[in-house]
Design a binder for this molecule. Structure first.
Ligand SMILES: C[S@@+](CC[C@H](N)C(=O)[O-])C[C@H]1O[C@@H](n2cnc3c(N)ncnc32)[C@H](O)[C@@H]1O
Length: 356
């Protein structure tokens, strides 16, 4: 447990440190990650609408590791009919550019709250800024609640709404290694089970670390530092900032990574600097799924089997576990979704999607 506490503290600092770059380079950046996020959002929209329309539920959506509030922004926006509020020009303009944020009457009817927790105050500040700049704070939409705290200490839910707790876009892999992952499984179960709620964990499979993972971390190395398998390490310290020239897409065979190097005062130190994979270290990452950078950021990609074992050990009742490529091979080839459906509410929907 002490080890987990230490990791928690270290990771908390790391996430505070990279919040703004994460937002720029990943949330609104990497094309493969973005495509996957869009898949997750479509999946969740359909699941929520099914629960509202076919199961007559009111839902409290809980986002565990909510970061900069992607789901708060999405559902805050989708539950508001901006044609009735023409004075909110920022909100109206955002909806115009993003048709996926269009008003949805079913969600307005059934979504009672979006609640999120994250340990990083800097990530949460970004989220709150976005809520303000898009005028959602003025729009009197559903409650959009943020809590700073641990994903491992979720409270048992007992209100009138059905809790649907989600932990998306590989957040489990950032949650302090296997010890943290197990705590997340237990904590999500504790929060939803007694009220018949649903827990969903969506993450990449370790099996895809070579085709998807390596390139993602390499081409976003200004977020969490130069990956340990990339050399030389001349500038691999927190004194320098690497700016990648382009995103590396899945299955890329390009052996070199081109970056510009800046110092902390933003002076250009080296242009078009070439980094390459060290074969031995790369093989180690592919074998273990363990990501780390020269500046000690860590995350862990879990295999389908590991997730399957944790479902069996730490969840009970009706569960599902599937490879997301069976729903959407183009956008979701490398991931997997684990579902605890304590009230057995998703049976018909998942049958229709051939997930049972
Ligand atoms: C991959 S990001 C995902 C962010 C967000 N869900 C999204 O979709 O954009 C993972 C998030 O988990 C948070 N995190 C990591 N470990 C945590 C923990 N033990 N408790 C709470 N938050 C944690 C990080 O601060 C980060 O914001």
């Amino acid at each position: 447990m002490n080890d987990l506490k230490e990791k928690y503290k270290k990771d908390n600092l790391a996430w505070d440190d990279c919040a703004e770059t994460y937002e720029r380079q990943i949330v609104s950046g990497h094309p493969d990650i973005n495509a996957f996020e869009k898949f997750e959002e479509d999946f969740l929209d359909r699941l929520l609408i099914y629960l509202i329309e076919k199961q007559n539920r009111h839902i409290k959506l809980m986002d565990i590791g909510c970061g900069s509030g992607r789901l708060h922004l999405r559902y805050g926006t989708k539950t508001i009919n901006s044609s009735k509020k023409p004075q909110l020009t920022a909100l109206t303009n955002m909806k115009r550019i993003h048709p996926e944020l269009a008003y949805d009457p079913s969600l307005e009817k059934g979504l009672s709250e979006v609640w999120g927790i994250d340990f990083s105050s800097r990530m949460l500040n970004l989220a709150k800024k976005k809520i303000k700049s898009t005028q959602l704070s003025e729009a009197k939409t559903i409650p959009l609640i943020f809590k700073q705290g641990s994903a491992f200490e979720l409270e048992e839910q007992s209100g009138n709404s059905l809790p649907v707790a989600v932990s998306l876009v590989n957040s489990i892999s950032t949650m302090q290694g296997p010890m943290g992952a197990i705590e997340l499984f237990k904590s999500m179960r504790r929060s939803v089970e007694t009220s018949g709620g649903i827990a969903i964990i969506s993450n990449y499979q370790k099996e895809y670390i070579e085709s998807y993972g390596l390139g993602q971390y390499e081409s976003t190395l200004d977020v969490s530092g130069q990956p340990w398998w990339i050399v030389p390490d001349t500038y691999a310290s927190s004194r320098f900032r690497h700016k990648p020239k382009h995103y590396i897409r899945a299955y890329s065979k390009d052996p070199k990574l081109l970056v510009d190097i800046y110092d902390r005062k933003n002076n250009l130190i080296k242009k078009d600097y070439i980094l390459r994979r060290n074969p031995k270290r790369t093989a180690k990452v592919i074998e273990t799924g363990h990501i780390r950078t020269h500046t000690d950021y860590e995350s862990q990609w879990y295999s389908f089997k590991e997730m399957d074992d944790w479902i069996k050990t730490h969840w009970s009742g009706k569960t599902y576990h599937f490879k997301t490529k069976c729903l959407d091979k183009l956008r979701a080839e490398p991931a997997q979704i684990s579902v605890l459906d304590s009230g057995n509410l998703l049976k018909d929907l998942f049958k229709r999607w051939q997930l049972n």
